[in-house]
Design a protein around this ligand. Structure first.
Ligand code: COA
Length: 372
């Protein structure tokens, strides 16, 4: 008789990898990124500095940030025939599907695709990070029969990203808040999409393949798709009390409320959510309109009272993205775009210290059935 091994549904609590990249330290309520607290980083560092930290393993000197910015900006255009591929997709295609297709197709333009060395993958990651804003924006605009907006070399990475999605030059507050959201979304230990990317990379598959699998994972509303779902839910109500009623009705129907709960934080607030809540308040101050903030707070209070659940990052990122004028179907692609940096770091780490993922099952089916 074989020994029965412990089975944890959803691999809950299972250690799937050893990593030097990040860790959700629930004991100290900290998200560690290469040893630094992500919340502290989000207050002082830009997204590109985070990119450097994730891919090079250390924070950059000022001159290194400038070099990185130049490198990433010079990779910001997509090949022209690549965009034609997106034009062929049906108009109801979700931008996450369009992004997945576009990202997958970039593999064909890489002549050194079989070189999986850390230095080749790092260079590939920088090239990809340069293209992600254009690919993300195009994944929505092309499907909606709008001309893609070309990046402006005079703008920062985040300002350009916003500009290509909205067609408007952002204010410095908008640029700063959007950049902060990218920092918060950049890396988060071992969510489903990172696991998916590492599983794919463990077969010696390439970076594009690993990230394409991660897009599919991140699309689901139990993961990245939650930010878009939160916004549709907020738009279904006009006042805080209407929003409370809407949530009560969903809870009575035993529906999951998008933007609440987390496998690791469980019954604690996701510390990233608090930073986006502050950003929402800043944007409401600027607009002189507190409706969304008040609705979100009412929802937060109700969920704590009824379920003992707290907001995750998606709950407050959604209204922030709304106030920044980003089209709702782009909320999840933006999350993915920001997460590209963390995902690339994980693929490089997996390739550098690889063991093929190949788990076993607990077989529950019949044995030795006689053929009739
Ligand atoms: C994130 C999430 C998938 C984590 O799920 P999980 O670790 O598998 O936890 P479970 O789904 O088993 O939930 C445990 C309990 O809390 C409840 N719960 C968890 N999240 C809930 C939510 N958002 N709304 C209502 N109830 C929720 C479950 O119904 C379950 O209750 P029960 O034990 O009475 O059946 C889950 O909280 C969720 O679906 N949240 C909404 C989607 C979301 O915001 N995703 C983004 C995550 S960053």
């Amino acid at each position: 008789m074989e020994e029965k091994q412990h089975y944890s549904p959803g691999l809950d609590g299972v250690i799937a990898a050893e990593t030097h990249i990040s860790y959700l330290d629930t004991q100290f309520s900290q998200i560690l990124i290469r040893g630094y607290d992500l919340i502290d980083l989000s207050k002082t560092k830009s997204y590109l500095e985070l990119v450097h930290l994730l891919l090079e393993g250390r924070l950059p000197e000022e001159s290194e940030t400038e070099t990185l910015e130049r490198k990433i900006n010079s990779a910001s255009s997509l090949p022209a025939d690549h965009l034609r591929l997106l034009e062929l997709l049906p108009e109801h295609t979700h931008p996450m599907d369009s992004l997945r297709t576009g990202l997958s197709a970039l593999a064909g333009y890489d002549r050194q695709i079989d070189d999986r060395s850390p230095s080749a993958n790092k260079e590939r990651a920088y090239q990809l990070l340069g293209k992600m804003p254009a690919l993300t924006a195009a994944s929505y605009r092309i499907i909606n029969k709008k001309e893609p907006i070309l990046p402006l070399q005079t703008l920062s990475y985040s300002a350009n990203f916003l500009y290509m999605m909205t067609g408007k030059l952002p204010s410095s507050l908008e640029e700063q808040i959007f950049d902060r959201s990218l920092v918060l979304y950049s890396e988060h230990e071992m969510p489903n999409s990172t696991f998916a990317a590492r599983v794919i990379a463990s077969t010696h598959s390439d970076l594009y393949g690993a990230l394409t699998g991660a897009v599919a994972s991140l699309k689901g509303n139990l993961h990245g798709g939650a930010n878009e779902a939160v916004m549709y839910m907020l738009l279904d109500a006009k006042t805080p009390s209407e929003f409370e009623q809407l949530l009560q009705t969903k809870l009575k129907r035993k529906e999951k409320i998008m933007g609440f709960g987390h496998r690791v934080y469980m019954k604690k607030m996701d510390p990233r959510a608090l930073i986006m809540k502050e950003a929402l308040q800043q944007l409401c101050d600027k607009a002189g309109d507190y409706r969304l903030y008040e609705m979100c707070e009412a929802g937060e209070r109700l969920m704590e009272k009824e379920k003992g659940l707290y907001p995750n990052l998606d709950y407050y990122a959604a209204p922030v993205y709304w106030m920044l004028g980003i089209p709702i179907p782009l909320y999840t692609p933006v999350f993915f775009s920001a997460r590209t940096s963390g995902l690339c770091a994980h693929v490089i780490e997996q390739h550098s210290n690889n063991r093929l993922f190949r788990p076993r099952v607990s077989y529950m089916g019949p044995r030795h059935q006689a053929e009739s």
